[in-house]
Ligand binder design. Structure first.
Ligand code: 4AD
Ligand code: MG
Length: 452
């Protein structure tokens, strides 16, 4: 066994994010080669291990000609174990570099497809399984992780019980046009569009609940906001009305954004180059705009618009749902997220409660994020009257027997209740300042993509 092997066995394995605790010591890093620069006497290896990237300096005079020559051959993403001394380096992003004493190559690599040069979107998405290793993508998914954690912490700390909704379901929740169908032992089952209906049952048992899981929409939309598989967190609260629901969404969003800003300030500003000033303004109160008021505002905005193409995009009549140009222009008038409430009942799902003062309006609300990100939350107060809900099931052409259990909730101790769903990918796109949601999920499922 040569000196190098002994060292690799003896030095303690340290994660790059923890090197600061080992200044002056010889440590072992286990990772991959991210990038390399060389001169006659030195190799500068950028080593990544998933927790960080550190520069490892290989000096010919320290390691000898043989190992130095071996390092010469290393290709991007070669897997390696490196021993060396941790020394302070103020220029390094992690504050330290490694003075290499030994290198063991697990696999050398030639021709790694994703090089530091620019690649097209389709190429990168085709190589998503490798692209995840790139600094930017890696950062986005770490921010996603923290958003997920902040969401869970919020609900866990506020008395909500996590109750997982099923993914295979016998019926539609959000309309019958976007259902993925599958065969369930000879019966038709659908991939869930939303866990909401089951949360309504759960809220009647636990008071405050949430689910957090993948949801599916067979939408043939090719926009930068649509995925066919996406993650949604859905709280549901018994004895809550629409006003309470809006307060909850506002408090929740402020808390999540604040926690993520605190944890990822540098990632957002330095790596993702996000201007975070608009995120810093995510503070209470969010404006609450009645749908009718929003329609009036849009008419004014349209009037003031000179570009004829934009003018026609902004054309909207009472009774229609907003498209993304409407959402973008509406939010431009405010300095923080906007809550639009009381949408026309005709564009909303069967379970929405109608406004008792104006039955053509549903007790629905959307939270719109600024800077063109649009709807990130959709929710509202649910219909709690048995007879009204029976009629709604029928009017929407839904199979009554698949909804009997849901109607039971209105037969046995019905109460006012409300909730909402927040789409994780749109939220990550907004917080990270990304153009397209496909970069916010590890493996995107879109109209034209089921691979990798
Ligand atoms: O507005 P949606 O359709 O609401 C519901 O599904 C309710 N049942 C939720 C509830 O009240 N429990 O979807 C909620 C959110 C949207 O605001 C958006 O953020 C996200 O889910 N979303 C999508 N994200 C990516 N791709 C899609 N195709 C999405 N459809 C909805
Ligand atoms: Mg919606």
């Amino acid at each position: 066994m040569n000196k190098t092997d002994t060292q690799i066995q003896e030095a303690p394995h340290v994660l790059i994010r923890d090197v600061e605790k080992h200044e002056g010591a010889i440590v072992l890093l286990k990772g991959w080669l991210y990038n390399k620069r060389s001169s006659k006497k030195l190799h500068f290896l950028q080593i990544r291990d998933g927790t960080g990237i550190i520069q490892a300096v290989v000096s010919r005079s320290d390691v000898g000609d043989e190992l130095f020559a071996l390092c010469e051959t290393l290709g991007q993403e070669a897997s390696l174990m490196v021993t060396g001394k941790v020394v302070s380096d103020p220029r390094s992003p992690v504050g330290f570099e490694l003075q290499v004493t030994g290198v063991e190559i697990l696999q050398n690599v030639e021709g790694y497809p994703i090089t530091p040069k620019a690649h097209g979107d389709a190429f990168l998405m085709d190589h998503r399984h490798l692209w995840l290793r790139s600094r930017r993508q890696h950062t986005i998914l770490r921010v996603r992780h923290s958003i997920t954690k902040a969401i869970r912490d919020y609900f866990d700390e506020n008395g909500f019980v996590l109750v997982d909704s099923p993914i295979l379901t016998p019926a539609a929740c959000e309309g019958t046009t976007t259902l993925f169908e599958t065969d369930y032992f000879g019966e038709t089952a659908y991939l869930t569009q939303s866990g909401q209906l089951y949360q309504e049952a759960a809220a009647m048992a636990f008071g405050r609940t949430y689910c957090f899981g993948p949801t599916f929409r067979a939408e043939k939309s090719k926009t930068r906001r649509h995925l066919n598989e996406f993650w949604m967190v859905e709280p549901e609260v018994a004895y809550m009305d629409l006003a309470g629901d809006m307060d909850l969404a506002e408090d929740f969003l402020c808390e999540v954004v604040a926690r993520v800003l605190e944890k990822h300030h540098k990632d957002l500003t330095d790596i993702l180059e996000r201007d975070i000033s608009s995120l810093e303004r995510v503070k209470k109160p969010f404006p609450r705009v009645h749908y009718d008021e929003a329609i009036s505002q849009l008419a004014v905005i349209r009037e003031e618009t000179e570009d004829p193409e934009m003018k026609s995009l902004l054309d909207i009549e009472w009774g229609s749902d907003f498209g993304s140009p409407h959402e973008t222009e509406l939010t431009r008038r405010y300095d923080r997220p906007v809550i639009v409430h009381r949408f026309p009942a005709q564009v909303k799902a069967f379970y929405m409660k109608k406004d008792p003062n104006s039955p053509r309006h549903a007790m629905a609300m959307d939270v719109l994020a600024p800077e063109g990100y649009g709807e990130i939350i959709g929710g509202g107060q649910r219909e709690d009257d048995l007879e009204t809900l029976e009629k709604a099931v029928e009017a929407h052409g839904l199979p009554r027997d698949a909804f009997e259990w849901f109607l039971d909730l209105r037969r046995f101790g019905t109460v006012p209740h409300a909730g909402f769903g927040l789409g994780i990918e749109r939220t990550v796109a907004w917080i990270c300042g990304l153009h397209h949601v496909r970069e916010t999920i590890p493996f995107a499922r879109t109209l034209d993509r089921l691979k990798p």
